[in-house]
Design a protein around this ligand. Structure first.
Ligand code: MGD
Ligand code: MGD
Ligand code: MO
Length: 764
């Protein structure tokens, strides 16, 4: 990590030597040598472990890790030899640790012992596992209403752990399942379920090898899904078009140097990852896609008038879709003026991009947080679907929808039942399996859990991984709410700020990570499973000796809490915690889509969970793929700040050196920022207009008039190539500015990519 704070030259392409150098630094971890090299050789191997880096699919096990800087960082961060044990906690009171940065906390290494917070000494102190389980059970059983407990899940939890967890929580009596997905791809799930009857993407990795055009929308794969760059680059290489829509010029979406290609590395070469690049304003993508549909429908009118063949797939539309005519009326009724103003693109640009679509036979659209974290994300995604339906680009080879998931098993966690909406088929099947009644009322998502915490009605909080306190909006308000709770429990690998927001009774329970050997009491090795963005399910078994003898698998920890809380009358928790095969058998009984789960998962590349939409089977109420009928918003946040002095729309995103709230280092190489994270990226004309210059410090102030003052003080201005009126900064630092009550319509996802703020001169 560089010590000096500076804004310098950005890398010329993504990947390459910069990636290797960064990988080298990662392998050094926190200064102590790690088992990195050997560990990495087993990453994504048929009998190795699944990369905890992201949810992009694996082409074939065994060849991916070398060029994936993200994966290397994630693995070496976990496989460090530094330890945070009882001595560490004896030395550092919690009030002191609270003053540390996210980076410094996690850098201390792996948690090693179950710990309980002692208010008298202000320290976490060692307890036995049984004491922890009994203590947690006592608090949970004290609550007069199980709905007063919140059970959070972060997307690294395995299918087995997540399934066991949801079974425990539902038997305990609630569907309160706030999870990281609520802050992430929830809008994709909601939109796709309504439109095509399944909340998942419809493509396989192989489809990328066959398509003619990829729209890559609102995502930064160079940092967040580096293995996707190779896919994009190959597509460009074989003559497909890759059309990017991104508010910023992201390095990885221009050129990529493949660190696996020795010749290219030596020559300093790189190859393009896109062919066309457009830069809509924040929140402007629905207008872009509406505009493109307008061009396509105009082309259809023209073709019909001239007696030429249709440009649409009329057979598909007739056989498979609902509300096409209504959609056509809506598109025709939307004015170009509104489309241009909202999107930030010209009519010519939109026409150009739509013509690519008209010319292409097989089209894939991918997207991530630049699309899902707005107020109207659900409608925006449905507009993408509408556009894709026009030419039947869903459910055939080389074409389809691809929401690119974040956490490595966030999709699988949902499939096995982490869902506050309590899906009826799942609850029915669970009741049948267990022979008892399961609650059916909807539980809390993240936004509702925050609401309950702030009101004081939530009394207990248990987290299966993650860093809720830092990942959520209004983070300092939420942190304070934690201190009023009766019980807070974190099952985690590394210490983070969430663990320091202690309730009356608090535990930190250390678990095995993906890289570590998971063995039961007889020493028999256990495997877990995960599901990637392409619905491929595969096994994962760690190879490293666990960071401490005390560590337990997530499965064993959940079983321990469950047994202490509920007893073993309904479920034999001990038996399940000894053998993950038994959990998989149970999953397959409850969710038949897994088929012969244990057999399937032992195939070399795992297996594919059948996706109804990709087979053109539409599990919607109309039994058809629905065109989503929503007008453009009358005003996006960007439009609302026009003419207001010093007021901007802020997007909060990731630097190149972080994994969500885990900060690996202080550099953002691809954006030319080194050694500093408290920055705001602004268009240089905007900087000038508001009377500042590059490098000046500003206070970024929230403008929502709801009685809570939001401010990030002393952030440094970085002049950047970004549309006027739009600014950007890093999460989680800027979560202070995201109001918890501005959430997406129907998705309830915090609007982390469109926050209205004002920039004031910095005051001490
Ligand atoms: N190294 C690393 N890998 C990760 C993560 C990490 O933190 N670090 N996090 C993981 C997780 S959980 C997730 S969800 C994914 C996140 O993956 P991404 O979605 O790539 O994450 P962000 O950094 O939030 O980047 C958002 C991108 O969208 C663009 N954007 C923002 N608003 C708009 C808009 O309105 N329109 C358009 N067209 N573009 C917009 C931004 O300029 C930026 O390039 O990555 C996963 N992988
Ligand atoms: N402003 C703003 N806020 C955002 C976002 C944004 O773009 N902008 N993005 C949102 C998104 S997309 C997401 S997904 C959320 C992320 O929210 P979370 O998933 O809650 O956060 P992470 O930072 O991924 O969690 C990191 C912690 O997970 C623990 N951990 C790591 N590996 C394991 C493991 O194997 N098992 C267990 N039990 N614990 C483990 C470690 O203790 C580590 O400190 O944040 C959201 N918040
Ligand atoms: Mo995410």
């Amino acid at each position: 990590m560089s010590k000096k704070k500076c804004i310098g030259k950005a890398s010329s392409s993504a990947g390459g030597w910069g990636a290797l150098k960064s990988v080298g630094q990662s392998l050094m971890g926190s200064g102590k040598p790690v088992k990195g090299a050997i560990t990495l050789l087993n990453l994504n191997q048929a009998d190795g472990f699944d990369c905890p880096g992201c949810a992009w699919g694996d082409p074939e096990h065994g060849s991916s890790f070398e060029f994936c800087e993200n994966g290397v960082k994630a693995v070496s961060w976990e496989a460090t030899s530094s330890r945070v044990g009882p001595e560490f906690f004896a030395e550092h009171p919690v009030s002191e640790l609270k003053t540390w940065t996210d980076y410094d906390l996690e850098r201390q290494g792996r948690l090693t012992h179950p710990m309980r917070y002692n208010h008298d000494t202000d320290r976490y102190e060692e307890v036995s596992w049984q004491q922890a389980f009994d203590g947690i059970a006592a608090e949970l059983n004290k609550l007069d209403d199980p709905n007063k407990a919140e059970f959070y899940t972060s997307g690294r939890a395995s299918n087995e752990a997540a399934f066991l967890y949801q079974m425990f929580v539902r038997l305990y009596g609630t569907n309160n399942f706030p999870d990281c997905s609520n802050m992430c791809h929830e809008a994709s799930g909601v939109a796709l379920t309504e439109s095509i009857g399944i909340g998942k993407g419809t493509v396989l990795l192989e489809d990328f090898e066959k398509c003619d055009l990829i729209y890559c929308v609102g995502q930064n794969p160079g940092t967040n899904h580096p293995r996707m760059l190779a896919t994009l680059r190959e597509a460009v290489d074989r003559g497909a078009r890759v059309c990017v829509f991104n508010t910023l010029k992201e390095k990885g979406l221009h050129r990529f140097t493949d660190p696996q290609d020795k010749l290219e590395m030596i020559r300093g070469g790189s190859a393009p990852t896109s062919t066309d690049y457009y830069r809509p304003r924040l929140g402007g993508d629905m207008a872009v896609f509406r505009g493109m549909s307008k061009v396509v429908l105009d082309a259809e009118d023209k073709a019909q008038a001239e007696g030429k063949p249709s440009v649409l797939d009329l057979d598909f539309i007739a056989e498979h879709t609902h509300d096409f005519e209504q959609y056509c009326d809506l598109v025709r009724a939307t004015s170009w003026d509104q489309i241009i103003e909202q999107s930030g693109l010209t009519k010519e640009e939109i026409t150009e991009t739509a013509e690519m679509y008209l010319a292409a036979d097989k089209v894939i659209t991918t997207w991530a947080m630049g699309i899902t974290q707005h107020l109207h994300s659900v409608q925006m995604i449905q507009e993408i679907v509408n556009f894709m339906l026009l030419k039947g680009n869903i459910g055939r080879e080389g074409a389809g929808l691809c929401p690119v998931r974040g956490h490595s098993n966030v999709q699988g966690d949902r499939t096995v039942g982490i869902n506050e909406k309590a899906p009826k088929p799942l609850i029915d099947a669970l009741e049948k399996e267990l022979g008892v009644e399961i609650p059916r009322e909807r539980g809390h998502n993240v936004a509702e859990a925050i609401g309950a915490m702030l009101q004081g009605s939530a009394k207990a909080f248990i987290a299966l991984g993650g860093n809720f306190a830092r990942a959520v909006p209004d983070s300092s308000l939420v942190a304070e709410a934690f201190t009023k709770m009766d019980l807070t429990v974190n099952i985690a690998t590394k210490l983070n700020h969430g663990h320091l927001m202690t309730g009356k009774v608090s535990y930190v329970l250390p678990c095995l990570g993906r890289t570590e050997i998971d063995a039961n009491s007889k020493g028999e090795r256990q495997m877990i499973t995960v599901e990637d963005s392409m619905s491929m399910v595969h096994g994962s078994a760690g190879i490293n000796v666990p960071a401490s003898k005390e560590l337990r698998s997530e499965v064993r920890i959940i079983a321990g809490i469950a047994k202490a809380t509920l007893g073993s009358d309904v479920v034999n928790w001990d038996e399940l915690s000894e053998n993950n095969d038994l959990i998989r058998d149970m999953i397959a009984r409850v969710l038949p889509i897994y088929g012969e789960f244990n057999k399937n998962v032992r195939r070399p590349r795992g297996f594919w969970l059948r996706n109804s939409a990709s087979c053109r089977e539409w599990n919607t109420p109309t039994k058809l793929a629905n065109f989503g009928i929503s007008e453009l918003r009358s005003q996006t946040e960007w439009q609302s700040v026009q003419g207001q002095e010093r007021t901007f729309v802020l997007q909060t995103f990731r630097s190149h050196d972080q994994y969500n709230t885990t900060i690996y280092g202080m550099d953002d190489r691809y954006r030319g920022v080194y050694g500093v994270r408290n920055v705001v990226f602004i268009n240089k004309d905007d900087v000038e207009e508001i009377g500042f210059k590059d490098g000046d410090l500003v206070d970024v102030v929230g403008t929502y008039d709801d009685g809570h003052h939001r401010e990030c003080k002393g952030f440094r201005i970085v002049s950047y190539d970004i549309p006027r009126g739009c600014i950007a900064g890093y999460y989680p630092e800027m979560n202070e500015l995201v109001p918890h009550h501005t959430v997406g319509e129907k998705s309830f996802t915090p609007t982390s990519k469109s926050v209205v703020v004002r920039l004031d001169a910095h005051k001490q």
